[in-house]
Ligand binder design. Structure first.
Ligand code: SF4
Ligand code: SF4
Length: 244
């Protein structure tokens, strides 16, 4: 499979949030209102100004040992993105699924889609609604990558946690690192690697990092939306047959 991919090695992440800030900077996104939730995570969730968020998660394992995990959350750029189907049930051409890179990029036409249905369709709970009605998320820094540059979040990462490149090279890098990490952490794993282009390496139960670290089974295209998709081409064909 060609195209690009990210490899996010959570074992190297120090939660400096350089990626989060670089993402805001490149996308000219403003600050988000925050609140103290008893965690260092800030802001509390992804939002229309925050396409990338370093999630902080504390847990205690069955041996009573404290674990503190960091998870740099962003769009997974799904190989077959259900959000594109959900949006384009309302408006054709609103999502670019770039052939060369595999990037899933929303356009301003997402204003015409139903946000709740789009959010429900995403297995990773990524899309957010902007104040001006657009649906927004990580773009894979499509403009930078098209110009031969690294995504902003990858460029600034000082520890090697964030990586980006050709799909085959990234998969080789991820599998090689997995083998090394497994020697110390037998539960180490790559998450949903065959389905997506943002591949995380974790050392524990993915849910210990974030509820949506792996694809949620509850997501998907609802019955109503599926019907809309099915009937849409037929209606268009019927319309074309009708006299103007
Ligand atoms: S690829 Fe670009 S838009 Fe996506 S999280 Fe990284 S900096 Fe943000
Ligand atoms: S992770 Fe969600 S928003 Fe990103 S491409 Fe997949 S379905 Fe769409």
């Amino acid at each position: 499979m060609a195209g690009k991919s990210f490899f996010i090695d959570t074992t190297r992440c120090t939660a400096c949030r350089g990626c989060q800030i670089a993402c805001k900077n490149w996308n000219q996104n403003g600050a988000s209102m925050t609140k103290n939730t008893g965690s260092h995570q800030n802001p509390p969730d992804l939002d229309a100004q925050t396409y990338k968020l370093v999630r902080f998660s504390e847990s205690v394992d069955k041996n009573g040992k404290l674990a503190w995990y960091f998870f740099a959350d962003q769009c997974r750029h799904c190989i077959e993105p259900p959000c594109k189907d959900a949006i384009e049930a309302y408006v054709e051409g609103a999502v670019i699924h770039d052939e060369k890179t595999g990037a899933v990029v929303y356009t301003d036409k997402t204003r015409e889609a139903n946000f709740d249905e789009v959010k429900d369709s995403c297995p990773y709970n990524i899309p957010r609604l902007s104040e001006d009605g657009r649906i927004v998320k990580c773009t894979m820094c499509f403009d930078r990558v098209s110009a031969g540059l690294l995504p902003a979040c990858v460029k600034v990462c000082p520890t090697g946690a964030m990586n980006f490149g050709d799909r085959e090279e990234i998969m080789a890098m991820a599998n090689k690192r997995l083998e090394v990490v497994k020697a110390k952490f037998p539960n180490a794993q790559l998450l949903d690697a065959d389905e997506i282009r943002t591949i995380y390496l974790v050392v524990d139960d993915p849910k210990a990092y974030h509820d949506f670290a792996i694809a949620s089974a509850a997501s998907g295209i609802g019955r109503k939306l599926a019907m809309r998709r099915m009937t849409k081409p037929a209606s268009r064909a019927l319309r074309a047959m009708l006299p103007g």
